[in-house]
Design a protein around this ligand. Structure first.
Ligand code: BTN
Length: 258
């Protein structure tokens, strides 16, 4: 990845203006965590190849050099811990808008933080926040997007896809990064100013899962019900056993029934 070329594609004022590009790195989230606390908001760590990319729930995130987009963005919103779920919606909304702009595909957001195209996952998001005495010191929003992969190994081929597979065309990874950062920057004031309703409403436009039957699995149990709505803090409300149950994106997976 050529730094000058990437920089020349950026349309943002803040996001990506401080840019750290690595040819190989373990994980961009881990590299972002090591940056000094003084780094400006919107700082981006981008890797051509991650050697130990991390997913949610301790999973491995597979990516392919030159075919995937793997980056992390540092943000420092004044947000309460109880509202952290909004960050997942904020990031997946920006990715969905960016995919739609760049490819014409109709992406879908799957709570809490996946983006799908053609019913399969093309993007995963791992947000990691640091709170000190109840105050948010920073959040690292790690985004992994499958751009040009032609196929996926083994079991992944059933559930994963890339923009290329879904749209039948190859895309420039730098162009996609620029569009995603544009949407992250555009929507960020709503996060900073606590206008979470705007994020929630935007996200819902990409979320046909609301009203569908879903199963939420946590390490100890699973719960099947109807995905009723998203609360203002990003929690999912499930209608289950004649009552409502709230879930915050933590240690859980969600399966949507057809
Ligand atoms: C998931 O779906 O489980 C989340 C995957 C998040 C992957 C991205 S790639 C960039 C950043 N660095 C990491 O190690 N993980 C995130």
């Amino acid at each position: 990845m050529d730094e000058t070329e990437i920089r020349s594609k950026l349309r943002t004022k803040l996001f990506g203006r401080e840019l750290h590009i690595y040819e190989h790195i373990g994980s961009t989230n881990d590299a972002a965590k090591k940056l000094p606390p003084t780094v400006p908001e919107g700082t981006v760590v981008l890797a051509e190849e991650q050697t130990s990319g991390r997913g949610r729930l301790g999973r491995v995130w597979h990516s392919v050099k030159g075919e995937s987009l793997t980056f992390s963005v540092v943000i420092k919103p004044d947000i309460r811990q109880s509202h952290l779920g909004i960050i997942s919606l904020y990031a997946s909304l920006a990715v969905a808008e960016g995919i739609k702009d760049s490819t014409g595909l109709q992406p879908e957001c799957k709570w809490p933080n996946d983006v799908l195209v053609g019913g399969k996952k093309c993007c995963g998001i791992l947000s990691e926040a640091t709170f000190v005495r109840g105050r948010c010191e920073g959040i690292i929003v790690g985004i992994g997007l499958n751009v040009n992969q032609g196929d996926f190994p083994g079991e992944l081929s059933r559930t994963a896809t890339s923009l290329r597979q879904a749209a039948g065309a190859r895309y420039d990874v730098g162009d996609i990064l620029s569009v995603l950062l544009h949407h992250m920057e555009k929507n960020y004031p709503a996060v900073q100013d606590g206008r979470y309703e705007e994020i929630r409403t935007g996200w819902l436009r990409y979320a046909p899962m609301i009203g569908k039957t879903v199963t939420i699995s946590t390490p100890g149990a699973s719960c099947r019900g109807i995905a009723r709505r998203i609360e203002e803090n990003g929690e999912l409300v499930l209608w289950h056993g004649g009552k409502e149950e709230r879930f915050s994106s933590g240690d859980l997976t969600l399966r949507i029934e057809a």
